[in-house]
Ligand binder design. Structure first.
Ligand SMILES: *Cc1c(COP(=O)(O)O)cnc(C)c1O
Length: 399
């Protein structure tokens, strides 16, 4: 075993000289917060996705918050979503004073099960917040059909899904076009491309786009960029409550370089995922992730379901002892302390459901996914030798 073999991270951003050079630009002009680099990044991101409007913000959590506000989520409302997601998904609903209503997932894709949505709709339901978990597109066709029937807006948590594609009327289209009403992306280093932290909202609705731009900068009527170049004195005003959810120009300059790398990153992740598929195909009891016929994942995470008799923590420890970082399956928000009984519902109003003690019968697949799966290392610079080593150690750990 060579030395490099002994430290394989779960993820490593592909970032370097080009991004370092780009970060110099705003620093040397002196305009370091939201300015011309942010505008350029938004335009380039929108072009890449084929989205009419893209608005940059400080991260995906703030993007989700603004998306929910835009579609009118208010205190007392309910928003249908999944528990099986990073906690920011559910938190964004609570920021609006609304209650997350958790629907279980499909075990194959780890995404919301469209068949369970209708039963969770109540007179208080204001929106549906779906997740493209680990970059795998959720079943938007089926979800939108239900949403349209009940006139509910659909927000896509596409934090992990930059570069993922969905078959739409016979054409492969990028996630975030958007197919729902608003899509939200993350540029955290654990995602596909990074700006350190950062987020983006895409929509086809110009009014919402305008609203995002106001909210993200304190709802200031005349932005600093305009006042800066003005020949006459202008006073700004603040007609409504706003937020500081800006992306900086330093981040955007980095993001523009990352965007250039994106097609290559996605292509290579697909290659590595396919290679995992081939190398692990013969491991008995191990369930590998598969794409529905209408989905192209960017493989933000490669999630395998362990054979029933395996101890998840033990497998992960064996791999860590061999220098390989893994992660357990995606978390379930309803099992966290921050989610006491009042803060969420599993959509069953009348029936008694023991869903307060870190478990809920109706979220069984979500809990199984958290407890019985692990995420394997997958990053752009990963070599075939490193991947072979991960496979070898995993096979040993399963014996
Ligand atoms: C990472 C992630 C978020 C939060 O993204 P940030 O940019 O870190 O705020 C939200 N939802 C999902 C599904 C995520 O994976």
């Amino acid at each position: 075993m060579s030395e490099q073999m002994k430290n394989i991270p779960i993820m490593k951003p592909w970032i370097g000289e080009a991004e370092a050079d780009a970060a110099r630009r705003p620093i040397l002009t002196g305009w370091v917060t939201q300015g011309p680099e942010v505008t350029a990044f938004e335009q380039e991101f929108a072009t890449y996705l084929g989205a009419p409007y893209a608005c940059a913000v400080s991260n995906c959590t703030t993007a989700l918050h603004l998306a929910l506000l835009a579609v009118g989520v208010k205190p007392g409302d309910e928003v249908i979503t999944v528990s099986h997601s990073f906690i920011a998904t559910a938190n964004s609903i609570r920021y609006c004073g609304a209650t997350p209503v958790f629907v279980d997932i499909e075990p194959q894709t780890f995404n919301i099960n469209p068949l369970l949505i209708e039963a969770a709709i109540s007179p208080r339901t204001r929106a549906i917040l779906v997740v493209h978990q680990m970059g795998m597109p959720c079943n938007l066709k089926a979800i939108l059909e239900i949403a349209h029937q009940y006139s509910l807006p659909v927000i896509e948590d596409a934090a992990c899904a930059i570069g993922s594609e969905i078959l739409w009327d016979g054409q492969w289209e990028k996630i975030g076009k958007p197919h729902g009403d608003i899509a939200c992306f993350s540029f955290h280093p654990r995602k596909i491309i990074t700006t350190g932290d950062g987020g983006m909202l895409t929509t086809s609705n110009p009014e919402w786009d305008k609203q995002f731009r106001l909210w993200r900068q304190h709802s200031m009527s005349v932005p600093d960029t305009v006042r800066h170049g003005a020949k006459q004195v202008i006073f700004e005003s603040y007609p409504i409550l706003g937020y500081n959810y800006r992306m900086t120009d330093i981040q955007a300059a980095v993001g523009r370089e990352q965007l250039k790398r994106l097609p290559e990153i996605v292509e290579h992740r697909r290659f590595l995922a396919k290679r995992y598929q081939q190398l692990l195909a013969d491991v008995s009891g191990l369930k590998l992730p598969t794409e529905p016929a209408w989905a192209h994942s960017n493989w933000q995470s490669y999630c395998v379901r362990l054979p029933a008799e395996c101890n998840q923590q033990q497998v992960m420890q064996t791999m860590l002892d061999a220098g390989i970082s893994t992660r357990r399956g995606i978390m379930c928000s309803h099992r966290e302390q921050a989610y006491v009984h009042e803060a969420w519902s599993c959509g069953i109003a009348q029936e008694k459901c023991d869903c307060n003690a870190g478990r809920c019968d109706r979220l069984w697949e979500s809990e199984q996914a958290q407890d019985c799966t692990i995420l394997l290392p997958l990053f752009h610079q990963m070599t075939p030798e490193e991947q072979n080593y991960v496979v070898k150690v995993l096979k040993q750990a399963l014996i």
